[in-house]
Each structure stands twice: as structure tokens, then as C-alpha cells.
Design a protein around this ligand. Structure first.
Ligand code: SF4
Length: 108
């Protein structure tokens, strides 16, 4: 199977788009191919490998904070989450915020 050209291009730029606090991340260590964090759609083994690497990453907490604060859509695996999982989390947080706002409005 050939490489996904898009993930290769992103992977080549990978070290330059990492925020400083993630420089100690496993994906930035140079020990593993950066495109491991950009598995092809449907590549469950590739996705699981990247998520597994993230879970033991020394920069996981900083990465999670970065992802939470990031307002642009990130491709690939970040902080052991897929793009779809991050979208689900974002939607759940939005629902929670609206629920809390309604509750606060009811209490006033
Ligand atoms: S948690 Fe994953 S994506 Fe984030 S810095 Fe570590 S290895 Fe990279």
C-alpha cells in the first residue's frame, strides 16, 4: 500500500507546527515516523498505535490542554484522540455549557 500523500506533506511539516510545550512529545522525538500520527481513514491499527504512543507521552497533559484551547481543526491523532473524538468532545462541552447557562438562568 502506498503512502497517503497528504499525510506525508503534513508529516514533513510536523516539527514546525508543534507548539513549544509539546517539544518533549513522543511524536516530536524523532524516534518514530511522524506520519504515524496521521493514520489513513479506516486504518484502525495505525490509529490505535498512535493513541497508544500518546497515552505514554510525557507531554500528554500539555497536548490535551493545547487541543482543548485550539480553535482550528487539527488533523490526525492529538492527545490520544482522533479528530472525530475531539469533535464529539467539543459538542459535549457545548451542550454542557448551554445546560449550565440554562440552569443559571432558571436560578436567577
Ligand atoms: S500526546 Fe501524542 S500528539 Fe501530543 S505530543 Fe504526545 S505523542 Fe504528540
Amino acid at each position: 500500500m502506498g503512502r497517503n500523500p497528504r499525510s506525508t506533506v503534513i508529516a514533513l511539516n510536523w516539527p514546525y507546527r508543534l507548539p513549544d510545550e509539546l517539544a518533549s512529545g513522543t511524536c516530536a522525538s524523532g524516534k518514530y515516523p511522524p506520519d504515524w500520527w496521521f493514520p489513513r481513514s479506516g486504518d484502525a491499527l495505525g490509529r490505535e498505535r498512535a493513541q497508544h504512543m500518546c497515552r505514554s507521552c510525557p507531554a500528554l497533559a500539555a497536548c490535551r490542554a493545547y487541543v482543548d484551547a485550539c480553535d482550528s481543526e487539527l488533523r490526525g491523532i492529538w492527545a490520544a484522540t482522533t479528530r472525530e473524538e475531539r469533535e464529539q468532545q467539543r459538542l459535549a462541552k457545548g451542550r454542557e455549557r448551554r445546560r449550565a447557562a440554562r440552569k443559571a438562568g432558571d436560578a436567577a
